[in-house]
Design a binder for this molecule. Structure first.
Ligand SMILES: *[C@@H]1O[C@H](CO)[C@@H](O)[C@H](O)[C@H]1NC(C)=O
Ligand SMILES: *[C@@H]1O[C@H](CO)[C@@H](O)[C@H](O)[C@H]1NC(C)=O
Ligand SMILES: *[C@@H]1O[C@H](CO)[C@@H](O)[C@H](O)[C@H]1NC(C)=O
Length: 776
């Protein structure tokens, strides 16, 4: 979103205003119906208000009653009222990336709704690799969103989640995403969207939106910003990487909306590209919902990119490409003239509106009284409930990643480590813990408070803020570490370093943070533990290699209860189970790497290292999927096929162009139900109960298209100490064992695919069904 809206915390408001808001809240009225108010007999008896009629018929009826002037005012986020038909104005723009957010004009905190449960930032939640958790968070967020809607404080259309690939470690918005792997991101998207939208057929609890389609993952780097960026992307990388989370969001998550991005892809603004919108999202993937622009991106491609010569052409191009709703005023201003000038047909406007009106009807907005509808009973009592806040804590516990544990130094013992020096610019963090696209949290537990529940603390900031420009506060920190039984340094980043419109310039800790950590570790009496808060990866090689630093934890931005979760992990009440959702590169990786170069694959002849664990082969600080536990897990394969036959569809057979290069085109394969089933035993050989996060990678047969490995499945299992549990894994062959050729065609390589699970390997041979077996 372009518009920055200042985050207001309750704490920053004067007491009198808070009192006023609370009084107001006490008398908060339920929202009036958006349309079809039974008190208005004239309009509520019109056919589009008939709940018993199929939605497409209701939409057609309503479209038939609207004038052109009325129609164009419905094409924008602050859609105008149509009083003569009993329809109120509606603000489409609300956000709920990891809790109901105060970004976007559709949502207002205050009154009966002073806060909402603020879950960890998405990159942290992704590290749990727990799809059940992602869906559960979506359910809680949509409960709170519906409650706020009923109270007149929020909309029903949420432009979340952000499922762009975290392609470059410097990206300021990487924190909002589920990481660098397309299958992880797609699974996250589908799960969170299901949680938000509910499970009631075509009816929607709230409407989610997967954004920003596509190849958008640069905000502002070296003079290039997202409003001017033309992402040059190969067909291979589109199909293999950038499209995957969006396709899974639409097909597996049934999302009700997709947002196109600011940038161009191969010279065409995404919001003006019929190939991307009409052909791919709606045509191939069958989106059941609406396509929305990023905020003012139609204006941006006209005014900033000069993509068309008149604004009417820009409006016409966007709608003809398949755009249904403009976040911004542009389409309300220019669409009518575009129709008058013959650049666009009224029928094109009607199809756009049919998509948005259908979503509003699926949300129940044309069904009269909100209180008489499903979720109509949700209200202030359903926001920030103890159960919701407990889930925010649980999510942080599941997402924290133990990167290093020398000795081991962790967990700390509340008997031996009675005083703890808690040091660092993030040691008493609150708002920092919720990252961007957050709301107003219900309450916070800072790291200092969390650790204070286990030990006596000596608090020192060490640096004034994360920029850490001087060493004025170093000596206090060093003295604290000298006295305490253990030292915990809570360091890292915040939104002043990485944010929307702010990409990082490098990967090291900012300012003099590194120096503070080393000096404190040198002086510390007890073990020194480094806790990092950040969205993007940090090159902490200095700490990894320093024998005085006992352990390193990454907490991401752990949400409102983050400090409690960090303390639970430090003291072993929680056995860490998170795994890195992105590669932690060394600083040198970015020194010669333009953020603007979109290529995923490495290219040795132009000294290009490639991106993500799938294609980059150089040294890393910590790899994708890294994460330790306080116990030890051992895998064995209990059962798995050695050979899998790939059945070709009726008219194909082996030895033909279909399997050129020994890789069968996926759309020549009978994919339905073609999957590989594995049974894996996971044994906890340690003395602590733990939850194992199992990642299954496949190494396809070598060839120029294939990544060195790719994530094909993941699963979680709780295993008590000295016990064993069996885990079933199903790998969809066409989706996950395929690779993409240079023309963007997905193919299944025949031959040996090696599956890697932790330290073990299983070879799987994929063979095309031979001639004669398949009968046409
Ligand atoms: C996944 O998360 C859910 C929700 O917090 C939790 O109930 C479940 O135990 C988690 N799964 C595992 C295996 O830990
Ligand atoms: C920690 O932060 C809270 C909330 O911002 C503040 O009230 C408290 O004084 C801080 N504690 C210390 C020791 O700085
Ligand atoms: C490949 O298929 C084409 C028809 O699509 C057929 O004419 C040709 O003979 C086949 N080639 C082989 C080697 O089987």
């Amino acid at each position: 979103m372009k518009t920055g809206i200042a985050t207001t915390t309750m704490a920053s408001l004067p007491q009198t205003i808070i009192l006023f808001l609370l009084l107001l809240g006490a008398f908060a009225q339920a929202r009036d119906p958006f349309a079809c108010d039974s008190k208005d007999v004239k309009t509520s008896s019109l056919p589009f208000c008939k709940v018993s009629m199929p939605i497409p018929n209701r939409v057609t009826d309503l479209l038939g009653r609207l004038t052109m002037q009325e129609k164009v005012r419905l094409l924008v986020n602050n859609a105008a009222a149509v009083p003569r038909l009993g329809i109120k104005g509606y603000e489409w723009w609300s956000e709920a990336l990891h809790g109901v957010s105060n970004v976007g004009p559709g949502t207002k905190f205050g009154g009966a709704f002073p806060g909402a449960t603020s879950f960890p930032q998405v990159i942290t939640t992704a590290a749990s690799f727990n799809a059940t958790l992602w869906e559960a968070i979506g359910r809680v967020v949509s409960d709170e969103a519906r409650a706020m809607y009923n109270g007149g404080a929020a909309g029903l259309t949420y432009w979340s989640p952000n499922v762009n690939i975290f392609r470059d470690p410097r990206w300021g918005r990487g924190q909002e995403t589920p990481g660098e792997d397309p299958v992880l991101a797609g699974t996250y998207a589908a799960s969170y969207v299901k949680g938000l939208q509910g499970n009631n057929g075509d009816r929607l609890k709230v409407a989610a939106c997967c954004k920003h389609f596509t190849a958008y993952d640069l905000d502002n780097w070296n003079g290039v910003d997202r409003f001017h960026f033309n992402a040059k992307v190969s067909k291979q990388d589109i199909e293999d990487t950038f499209d995957v989370p969006f396709k899974m969001c639409v097909q597996d998550g049934n999302v009700a909306s997709v947002m196109c991005s600011y940038n161009q892809v191969n010279g065409v603004p995404t919001c003006a590209d019929p190939n991307l919108l009409k052909r791919t999202i709606r045509g191939q993937w069958n989106l059941n919902g609406y396509i929305v622009s990023d905020c003012d991106s139609v204006g941006v491609f006209y005014n900033t990119q000069h993509y068309t010569s008149t604004p009417e052409e820009a409006a016409a191009d966007a709608i003809k490409a398949g755009l249904d709703l403009d976040c911004g005023p542009f389409l309300a201003q220019y669409t009518e003239n575009a129709v008058t000038r013959g650049l666009l047909k009224e029928a094109d406007v009607n199809s756009a509106l049919a998509n948005t009106l259908t979503v509003q009807m699926r949300l129940g907005m044309f069904d009269g009284e909100p209180s008489a509808q499903p979720f109509g009973n949700l209200g202030p009592k359903d926001v920030c409930t103890p159960a919701h806040q407990e889930l925010a804590l649980e999510a942080a516990r599941q997402g924290i990643v133990l990167l290093n544990n020398r000795g081991p130094s962790l967990p700390l013992s509340h008997l031996r480590h009675r005083t703890v020096a808690v040091i660092g610019p993030n040691s008493n963090a609150t708002v920092t813990m919720i990252g961007n696209y957050a709301g107003v949290a219900c309450a916070y537990t800072s790291p200092l408070q969390g650790i204070g529940n286990y030990a006596k603390t000596i608090h020192q900031m060490g640096c004034e803020d994360v920029a850490c420009n001087d060493d004025k506060l170093f000596s206090g920190a060093i003295n604290a570490a000298r006295q305490a039984d253990a030292t915990v340094l809570v360091m890292g980043l915040d939104q002043s370093i990485e944010a929307e419109f702010r990409d990082r310039t490098g990967l090291l800790l900012p300012g003099r943070q590194q120096e503070l950590v080393s000096k404190v570790a040198m002086a510390a009496k007890g073990p020194t533990i480094l806790v990092l808060m950040s969205g993007g990866p940090i090159d902490v090689s200095f700490a990894k290699n320093d024998p005085r630093i006992g352990a390193i934890l990454w907490a991401g931005y752990p949400g409102q209860a983050g400090g409690a979760a960090i303390a639970d992990v430090l003291y072993g009440t929680t056995n860490p189970e998170g795994k890195l959702p992105m590669t932690w590169y060394p600083q040198e990786y970015v020194s010669n790497l333009p953020m603007t170069d979109m290529a995923m694959r490495s290219s040795p002849n132009r000294n290009y290292p490639g991106r993500t664990y799938k294609f980059y082969k150089g040294p890393v600080v910590y790899p994708f999927g890294h994460g330790l536990s306080y116990t030890n897990f051992v895998h064995t394969i209990a059962s798995a096929p050695k050979v899998v036959t790939v059945p070709l569809d009726g008219h194909r057979h082996s030895g033909n162009a279909t399997i050129s290069g020994k890789a069968i085109k996926v759309n020549h394969v009978r994919c339905n139900k073609l999957s590989v089933g594995l049974q894996v035993d996971v044994k906890n050989t340690g003395s602590k109960d733990g939850t194992h996060t199992m990642l299954v990678f496949s190494k396809p047969p070598a060839g120029h298209w294939a990544p060195q490995k790719q994530l094909v499945a993941f699963a979680k299992v709780h295993v008590p100490a000295r016990s064993q549990r069996r885990v079933g894994i199903n790998i969809h062959v066409c989706k996950f064992l395929s690779v993409v050729d240079r023309s963007g065609v997905r193919r299944i390589p025949t031959g040996v695919h090696n599956l890697h699970i932790g330290g073990i390997k299983h070879s799987l041979s994929l063979q095309p069904a031979t001639l004669g077996v398949i009968k046409s």
